[in-house]
Design a protein around this ligand. Structure first.
Ligand code: GA4
Length: 337
């Protein structure tokens, strides 16, 4: 079990809550989340189906070494175990760096602390971020992890291109592998929030409020603590059973636009656990800033198919996204009338 310092009971009246799962059918555990074995010859088609149905799936046999994962997870726990004074030296996140409860800059808050980094070398933000302790070791592990997870994300995007029968095979993956790819990476720590306090209010505390990810795909994982929930097409929330050895892939807004709505950018959120800390790591695979996001022409062979979104560059989308609240529907601003 991860041992992280238990926070003092704080006033959390500004943090959102959601209904309790044991008193309502607001969200449920189900076995319906697709599990894709990347070595399965049928994986391409299964991924397409999962992107259409859920915008979300779990991958196994992903090829990312477990040591790469555990080394970074342990180093992240060491960081989150530091004193508040030490952690605050790495913040506040604007948007990169250490953030505590505040998410973005438009008033969103959650029961979470995090480190957020860009992978875009042109933005150069990370250079100014020194992690207390062995900063070189920390950055080495972050880079090793990102490179392994990016490769796996590219493999998944190539399987999507194959499953959709579109050429070239790297039409999507090149956005993540491009040296100018504007991707980011976040390490989250969700402290436990005592059951008694949750019971008193009859509600669960929100760690990270519901939202969709703006990028192409997100590749995430966590320790064995639950909390992640996804929204189905009908609006039901389902809890995703944690699995520290697997990865979870989310379709992001950009892939929804590039697939002209065939794939669904999944709404998701994290609720606080009452007993255990949750530590997660998410790589958000984004395109270069100048990339034009538009339906893939090889997908749009039927002249009667309506184009759902106006074209935009990733830079335009990002600028607009950073002006929104977490739960907003960002793609709707680009819908064609
Ligand atoms: C959601 C997905 C990623 O975590 C993130 C988030 C970003 C941030 O934390 O700075 C945003 C959010 C995310 C979308 C809307 C804006 C920007 C917080 C927020 C309120 C890093 C991202 O790329 O977009």
């Amino acid at each position: 079990m991860v041992v992280l310092s238990q926070p003092l009971v704080e006033n959390v009246s500004h943090i959102k809550t959601c209904k309790h799962n044991n008193t309502t059918s607001d969200h449920v555990y189900t076995g319906i989340i697709p599990v894709i074995d990347l070595l399965d010859p049928e994986a391409n088609n299964l991924i397409i189906k999962a992107c259409q149905e859920f915008g979300f799936f779990k991958v196994v046999n992903h090829g990312v070494p477990i040591e790469t994962i555990t080394k970074l997870e342990n180093e992240s726990i060491n960081f989150f175990n530091l004193s508040q004074i030490e952690k605050d030296k790495v913040g506040p996140a604007k948007p990169f760096g250490y953030g505590n409860k505040r998410i973005g800059s438009n008033g969103d808050v959650g029961w979470v602390e995090y480190l957020l980094f860009t992978t875009n070398p042109e933005l150069n933000h990370n250079k100014s971020i020194t992690i207390p302790g062995n900063s070189l070791l920390f950055w080495g592990l972050v880079n090793e992890y990102i490179s392994a997870v990016r490769n796996m994300g590219c493999m998944v995007l190539e399987m999507i291109a194959e499953g959709l029968n579109i050429e070239p095979k790297n039409i999507l993956s090149r956005m993540l592998s491009d040296e100018k790819s504007d991707s980011c990476f976040r390490l989250n720590h969700y402290p436990p929030y005592p059951e008694l306090l949750q019971a008193l209010s009859g509600r669960n505390l929100i760690g990270f409020g519901e939202h969709t990810d703006p990028q192409v795909i997100s590749v995430g994982r966590s320790n064995s603590t639950s909390g992640l929930q996804i929204s189905l097409k009908d609006g039901t929330w389902i809890s995703v059973p944690p699995d520290p050895y697997s990865f979870f892939i989310n379709v992001g807004d950009s892939l929804q636009a590039m697939s002209n709505g065939r794939f669904m950018s999944v709404r998701h959120r994290v609720v606080a656990d009452s007993l255990k800390a949750r530590v997660s790591m998410v790589y958000f695979g984004g395109p270069p800033l100048s990339e034009k996001i538009a339906p893939l022409s090889s997908l749009m062979e039927d002249p009667n198919e309506q184009i759902l979104y106006n074209d935009f560059t990733w830079s335009e989308y990002k600028t607009s996204a950073y002006k929104t609240r977490l739960g907003d529907n960002r793609l709707s601003l680009f819908e064609k009338n």
